[in-house]
Ligand binder design. Structure first.
Ligand SMILES: Nc1nc2c(c(=O)[nH]1)N[C@H]1C(S)=C(S)[C@@H](COP(=O)(O)OP(=O)(O)OC[C@H]3O[C@@H](n4cnc5c(N)ncnc54)[C@H](O)[C@@H]3O)O[C@H]1N2
Ligand code: MOO
Length: 419
């Protein structure tokens, strides 16, 4: 059976395996593919559950903010002209309005006490803060003469008007947006559904019967990385070198998930079956191997409408490839608009030198520190693509493009890791 699967995969014309591509080309292939895939479907959630979700509707103001003209101070509201006319006699006090009170009209020639947030009574055209006044014999007197029309009045709509665009679809909602939704009286909001991802680790070394048993790390690492992006992750381990077992597991995952991720078994070893099994299942290869370090075996396939990201087994390489390829893809797939990125690169001066190979783009684990307003980017010691400790010391990656070099003191950009 193994032999026949392998033979049919390799001879399958759909499974033409392209040559290794440059890093930027791989990203361009993925971006082009992104344009044509259907986004996730949407659902309504209550706004208390909406933080972290991607908005699937535009929110236009159905009411302005402030809703009415309101006082910005605790003090006294009156007509400027009345106060000017009253001079040192001041204006008699008539009533008090607090936030939440209905606001009657202000009679001519009087002042009323007003609290912050209360509606300005019709007729009043200014508010003076109470500490800038004195009260004698039930009259308000000004301590300073600099009153003017509109003083301390927050006008209706000065923050936004009815009909204004407040939040656009594709926005990942967080605490900053929820008060807007609440203000607009939204109890429920339309968001894109959580993507479902299956992560499948490969390797006989993770099976219960292995003589030289190893601890499987990648599904832990990737599940945590993706869960903090709002993805529902199911983890599987194929702990044998059986193509049939892998075929069965990937078939099951294709039924369950929107996106599949495999780790390991994608290089050129005799037990690296992922490519062959996916080809056998009818998957098309978008790119096979990338001129990058780490992550050379990185491969992306399309199984029906579903994407399959085949990550290298080395945990450091798997993590870096996931950061560079999977996270941006998932954000787009989940409806997030790319131009509203939150994790922008951090620019700083390199404290190290590095020469990238002529045909290979390198991604180096680094951290950034700040000194007198300048960022310094420092390389973290790493012994290779299997490293996991270096990731805990690094806060991001520096790219050194194929055939280029970085000198000490050069400006460079750190791509921060996702949370
Ligand atoms: N002749 C060649 N050999 C290799 C090449 C090559 O181009 N020619 N590429 C090397 C590179 S680069 C990488 S990266 C690895 C990746 O190979 P695979 O993706 O097939 O990964 P495996 O061989 O299955 O595993 C590699 C390594 O990682 C460990 N591993 C795998 N999965 C996990 C996991 N889930 N948790 C923890 N550790 C894992 C595995 O035990 C191996 O030690 O291939 C090179 N070889
Ligand atoms: O490319 Mo591999 O990912 O270096 O070990």
């Amino acid at each position: 059976m193994v032999g026949s699967l392998l033979a049919s995969a390799v001879s399958d014309p759909k499974c033409a395996v392209p040559d290794m591509v440059a890093y930027d080309e791989a990203q361009a292939i993925l971006a082009a593919y992104m344009q044509n895939i259907p986004l996730l479907t949407t659902e309504f959630v209550s706004i208390s559950q909406a933080s972290g979700r991607v908005l699937a509707e535009d929110i236009r103001a159905v009411m302005p903010r402030p809703e009415a003209d309101i006082s910005a101070m605790d003090g006294y509201a009156f007509r400027c002209a009345d106060m000017e006319k009253a001079g040192s006699v001041g204006l008699p006090l008539a009533g008090q309005i607090a936030a939440g009170d209905a606001s009657p009209s202000l009679e001519k020639g009087v002042a009323c006490s007003i609290l912050t947030g209360a509606r300005i009574p019709a007729g009043a055209d200014c508010v003076v803060a109470q500490e800038r006044t004195s009260i004698t014999d039930g009259h308000v007197h000004l301590l300073e003469q600099n009153v003017r029309n509109g003083l301390n009045i927050r006008r209706s709509g000065e923050e936004f008007c009815k009909g204004d665009m407040l939040l656009e679809h594709g926005l990942k909602l967080d605490w900053r947006h929820l008060s807007i939704l609440a203000h607009q009286g939204k109890e429920q909001v339309s968001v894109y559904k959580h993507p479902k991802v299956c992560v499948v680790a490969n390797g006989a070394e993770f099976g219960a019967t292995a003589t030289d048993c190893r601890t499987e790390l990648n599904t832990q690492l990737l599940a945590a990385m993706l869960q903090s992006e709002g993805v529902r992750v199911t983890r599987y381990v194929c702990g044998s070198d059986s193509m049939e077992a892998l075929h069965k597991l990937l078939h099951q995952c294709a039924q369950e998930a929107d996106i599949l991720i495999t780790t390991g078994g994608i290089s050129v070893g005799q037990t690296d079956h992922v490519l062959h099994v996916l080809c056998q299942m009818g998957a098309k290869c978008l790119f096979r191997r990338v001129k990058m370090r780490p992550g050379k075996p990185m491969t992306v396939m399309q199984l029906g409408q579903k994407m399959v990201f085949c990550l290298p087994g080395n945990p450091g390489a798997a993590a870096i490839c996931a950061q560079l390829f999977i996270i941006p893809f998932l954000r787009g797939f989940a409806g997030e608009k790319q131009e509203k990125k939150t994790s922008m690169p951090i620019e700083g001066q390199s404290s190290f030198a590095y020469v990238a190979a002529a045909d290979t783009t390198s991604f180096l684990p680094v951290y950034s520190t700040e000194n007198k307003g300048k960022n310094l980017i420092t390389l973290v010691r790493s012994v290779g693509a299997s490293d996991i400790l270096c990731l805990t010391q690094a806060t991001g990656l520096v790219r050194v493009s194929a055939g280029t070099s970085l000198q000490v003191g050069d400006m460079c950009q750190m791509i921060p890791f996702t949370a």
